[in-house]
Design a protein around this ligand. Structure first.
Ligand SMILES: Cc1cc2nc3c(=O)[nH]c(=O)nc-3n(C[C@H](O)[C@H](O)[C@H](O)COP(=O)(O)O)c2cc1C
Length: 344
């Protein structure tokens, strides 16, 4: 099965095509991982997930979505992350981290929220501060420093969070970016912040280290980003990223989304084909059979399983068992290696 075939991404060779996508667990303390994270990500590795992408991690305190999100805005947060990384690697997974800034969707009332323009998300959110040039420089530096800390913690991939209506997505979308300077207006200007952050992140990670971008392929709103616009955006960004993680929505509280199994796969398929860049697809994919169908039809290079992994971290093993005989050999082989690893 293609699901259980290796995949090479820069210096990483993943043992299969299944990804745990970033999912905020809201269990950190002042940005530091807690025992919860060691169990949670350790389980994903025991569940034989090829690539774990650790939840949205704030590059600044107000970059968190909620108070108990993970952070990497200061050096003393590195150690806790290193322990997550060591556990995941010890039990056979590769592990990356999603670095993000919540922008106007920061839900921590004591902090000033930042956005490209002073437009609030909804009546229950505070009015964000329109970012000055100095604020932009500060955020670029924060991404760079958090990337350097990620490498120091041992993470093997960085995903920039450009989706779901958080800061980088707010810069991309004409609905939330009304700036008249070099960061707003034309498509070229709206992508500029992500380009500059990608460049500064690249400057602190090794040459062969994968840096990927998560996007929302549609705002599901009149006047917002649609798939055609996202294809054009990716054309302007693709030289800077090794892969695009294709999600959708989250920018506007009035979005109209119809969800069904695999509802975002089409976005991945079109971006992969038109932009000639590898993709991860995600969204209501819960069966190994679905994963295999997507891969066999070249609709994505990797497939992420989100909520199903929260319910059952061993879904890959549980579902894999019944599927085909060679899988038993694969699994036996893996467990021999696992036992060996434990003996070291
Ligand atoms: C509890 C929870 C937390 C999430 N946190 C993040 C996050 O930190 N970053 C992100 O890009 N997406 C986040 N997501 C979205 C997931 O990565 C994924 O795209 C979404 O759950 C759809 O996949 P699924 O249908 O397989 O769950 C989160 C989703 C859930 C359920």
């Amino acid at each position: 099965m293609k699901t259980f075939s290796e995949y090479k991404l820069k210096n990483l060779t993943l043992k299969n095509r299944v990804v745990m996508p970033p999912m905020c667990m809201n269990m950190a303390e002042d940005g530091h991982p807690t025992d919860f994270h060691y169990i949670h990500y350790g389980n994903a590795a025991l569940g034989e997930i090829g690539l774990i992408i650790v939840e949205a991690t704030g590059v600044t305190p107000e970059g968190r979505i909620l108070e108990r999100d993970l952070g990497l805005w200061k050096d003393d947060q590195i150690e806790g992350h290193r322990r997550i990384v060591d556990l995941a690697k010890k039990y056979g997974s590769h592990i990356g981290i999603q670095l993000g800034h919540a922008g106007r969707k920061c839900g921590i009332s004591s902090l000033t929220t930042l956005a490209p323009s002073a437009i609030r998300f909804s009546a229950s959110y505070p009015m964000p501060k329109e970012m000055t040039t100095e604020d932009i420089e500060h955020i670029k530096k924060a991404f760079r420093d958090a990337a350097a800390r990620s490498v120091e913690a041992g993470y093997e991939l960085i995903e920039l969070h450009g989706a779901h209506g958080y800061l980088l997505h707010e810069f991309l979308s004409p609905l939330t970016n009304k700036r008249t300077d070099a960061y707003g207006g034309s498509r070229e200007n709206r992508v500029r912040l992500i380009q500059e952050i990608a460049d500064t992140v690249r400057s602190v990670v090794p040459e062969d280290f994968p840096v990927i971008l998560r996007v929302s392929a549609s705002d599901y709103m009149e006047g917002g980003i649609d798939l055609d616009e996202m294809v054009e955006i990716i054309h302007l960004l693709k030289d800077r990223f090794d892969m695009i993680h294709v999600s959708s929505g989250g920018l506007d509280a009035n979005q109209q989304i119809t969800v069904y199994p695999g509802y975002q796969v089409k976005f991945s398929e079109v971006i992969r084909e038109k932009c000639q860049i590898p993709t991860i697809t995600v969204g209501l994919i819960t069966e190994v059979g679905q994963v295999e169908e997507i891969l066999q039809h070249d609709r994505a290079d990797l497939v992420a399983l989100g909520r199903i992994l929260l319910r059952d971290p061993f879904v890959l093993i549980n579902q894999g068992q019944g599927i085909i005989a060679p899988l038993f050999a694969y699994r036996r082989g893996f467990h021999v290696n696992w036992a060996e690893r434990n003996r070291k």
